[in-house]
Design a protein around this ligand. Structure first.
Ligand SMILES: Cc1ncc(COP(=O)(O)O)c(C=O)c1O
Length: 381
């Protein structure tokens, strides 16, 4: 049976072959770590790491590679931004669509309060609600740029402008938009952007980044302290970036793989990727609209969404539908609550969940059509 991979929101697959090649080359022929030694292989690793930081700067409109903090993923980047910034007594705004990578680090902080800005039934943030929700101690807004459940895109520029005019730091969770659409750090008024390497940015698992303004970075307490290879005469963390926020030997195979992935992504072009994924989403939504026993959860507006599509099956349990799609038709999706109970509550799909179909740049029209045929067959009961 042919397999149709529609789980790109979980992780992109397949990766460009350059990713595995670069990782293999690092492990088999380079081997050295960065910031520690001065022989040739170590300097090569250093340059590859710098190239990766520079690519991330180009992609997201930042001009200082030392403000790119390499992390183990978006979750760690969000933990660093949230736990490293907030103090007891602070108040935080989030949307009603957040992933647990935001909510769990936030809600465990002692004496930090949090208000969820309401979203409509498609998951769109109600911007008009914002002014009334700001408190004198509101220091941070954390926002998921696009929902990992239904793909709804938020107006991050409007939120950024609001935060700037109220002196509130703004952290964007770019897990579902990085690599999928143009995302400009300055234009969105960000204080920080968290991105995973392994989703739309096509890299391997276990690596991600936190991109920061200098001002926001200066207010962060490092999440992890330890050796950096720099300022080794001191027993506190170095004062300079990125070292202050990057303790321990980094994930060098991941750095090589991600650097190669971003080279491919730059060649593809972010606008081409967005145009292709939008066309595929249109095809999927048009087809879905002709199938009676399912409904779309989220918006139809292609400009206000990414290719993460939530489907509710009327005649059978959504988990059973996801299982049948995989076992009978080879269509790979994700069911359940997608680590985002808050989003499902907002969308009215808690606790039953939805079947999430998420496409990528390498998805084909034929795969979309085959997935639609499978949905038609399974949804008939
Ligand atoms: C919206 C959102 N935020 C954060 C994350 C966390 O990313 P990672 O698991 O790669 O750290 C995910 C992953 O699914 C996500 O979809």
């Amino acid at each position: 049976m042919q397999t149709i991979y529609l789980d790109h929101a979980a992780t992109s697959f397949p990766k460009p072959h350059e990713v595995a090649e670069a990782m293999t080359r690092y492990v088999e022929t380079v081997g050295a770590t960065i910031n520690r030694s001065i022989y040739g292989a170590a300097l090569e690793a250093e340059l590859t790491t710098l190239a990766l930081r520079e690519q991330l700067c180009r992609l997201f409109g930042l001009d200082d590679p030392s403000c790119v903090i390499l992390t183990a993923g978006a979750t760690m980047a969000l933990n660093q931004a949230i736990s490293g910034f907030l103090h007891p007594g602070d108040h935080v705004l989030v949307s009603g669509m957040e992933h647990n990578a935001v909510m769990r680090p936030l809600l465990r902080l002692p004496d930090v309060s949090c208000t969820r800005v309401p979203c409509d039934r498609t998951g769109k943030l109600e911007l008009s609600a914002l002014p009334a929700l700001v408190q004198p101690n509101t220091r941070l807004f954390v926002l998921s740029h696009a929902s990992n459940v239904c793909g709804t895109l938020q107006d991050a520029a409007a939120v950024g402008a609001f935060c700037q005019s109220h002196g509130i730091a703004f952290v964007l969770d770019g897990a579902q938009t990085a690599g999928h659409l143009d995302l400009d750090f300055g234009a969105l008024g960000l204080s920080a952007l968290a991105v995973p390497g392994h989703k739309g940015l096509l890299g391997p698992q276990g690596i991600g980044a936190l991109l920061l303004t200098r001002d926001f970075a200066a207010q962060l307490t490092p999440l992890i302290a330890g050796g950096t290879g720099s300022a080794s005469d001191a027993e506190d963390m170095p004062p300079f970036l990125p070292d202050r926020l990057e303790a321990g030997t980094p994930n060098l195979p991941g750095i090589y793989g991600w650097q190669a992935a971003l080279t491919v992504l730059e060649q593809q072009g972010i606008r081409n990727r967005r145009a292709r994924e939008t066309a595929l989403t249109r095809r999927f939504l048009d087809g879905l609209a002709t199938i009676p026993a399912v409904s779309l959860v989220g918006t139809r507006d292609l400009d206000a969404r990414v290719g993460v599509i939530a489907v509710d099956f009327h005649r059978l349990d959504n988990a059973d539908a996801s299982d049948r799609l995989a076992t009978e038709y080879g269509v790979l999706t994700r069911c359940g609550l997608h680590c985002a109970p808050a989003a499902h509550r907002t969308l009215g799909t808690f606790p039953r969940g939805v079947v999430r179909f998420s496409l990528g740049y390498t998805t084909t029209e034929a795969e979309i059509d085959a997935a639609l045929d499978a949905i038609r067959a399974v949804s008939a009961g």
